[in-house]
Design a protein around this ligand. Structure first.
Ligand code: NI
Ligand code: MN
Length: 223
């Protein structure tokens, strides 16, 4: 059984007993909601959706200590290699196999945080479970296609508004994606992105037909 653990903001860890772990957007040391310390984090792979500071965060510190491989768009991956880290470059639409399964980069409508780059999302096959992490993005109707191409077990969606989709757009995203379970993120880290996850859960379960699981920072969900 795989576990999805939420460490606040956009940081999630995929883990399974004695298997390789996959960490998303490790904004930890400066994250007011983080329940963990950077030094405690163990990761084999680090997925970076874009290079804004609240996503790239502690990626280098964790990659350096763990010998982890950074998986990201080619601009960010190439910079990571230049900076002395292991990295695997991909780009939007491309899928690649890894020991745990595979990673496909998806569209995300957002700044990249790096010259010439593009923000992305990910569809991850983690030991047979399909997880979609949208990254920071506005709502877009091709999310329907993402849900059609891969039958999603879990969709991780931002709801905090201002920088990303707000709550009501994320409900529409959930209806497009048709994942079995939806988990909200990128909210309540700062006053600017306050959102009510309980309202989101009610709306998703009523309008999108997916189950919604609210994870407080430090808690996990088994898939
Ligand atoms: Ni961003
Ligand atoms: Mn962000």
């Amino acid at each position: 059984m795989s576990e999805i653990t939420f460490w606040g903001h956009a940081c999630f860890l995929l883990s399974e007993r004695a298997k390789e772990t996959v960490l998303f957007d490790p904004y930890i040391s400066e994250n007011p909601l983080s329940p963990v310390k950077t030094e405690e984090v163990k990761a084999d792979y680090i997925l970076l959706s874009h290079a804004h500071w609240d996503h790239i965060g502690d990626a280098y510190a964790i990659a350096g200590r763990n010998g982890a491989t950074i998986i990201s768009s080619s601009e960010i991956a190439k910079q990571a290699v230049k900076d002395g880290f292991n990295a695997h470059p991909q780009h939007i639409g491309g899928r690649h196999s890894f020991s745990f399964g595979s990673v496909k980069l998806t569209l995300a409508f957002h700044g990249s945080g790096i010259a010439g780059g593009h923000a992305c999302g990910f569809v991850v096959d983690y030991y047979g479970k399909k997880i979609y992490f949208s990254g920071d993005t506005g709502l877009f109707s091709d999310m329907k296609l993402i849900g059609e191409l891969d039958s999603l077990d879990v969709a991780l969606l931002p709801i905090g508004d201002n920088f990303t989709m707000g709550l009501d757009d994320a409900v529409i995203a959930a209806s497009f994606l048709q994942a079995k379970v939806v988990i909200p993120y990128h909210y309540n880290t700062w006053p600017l992105i306050e959102a009510d996850p309980v309202e989101f859960k009610q709306k998703v379960e009523q309008k999108a037909g997916s189950q919604c699981v609210i994870l407080s920072p430090g808690s996990s969900y088994s898939i």
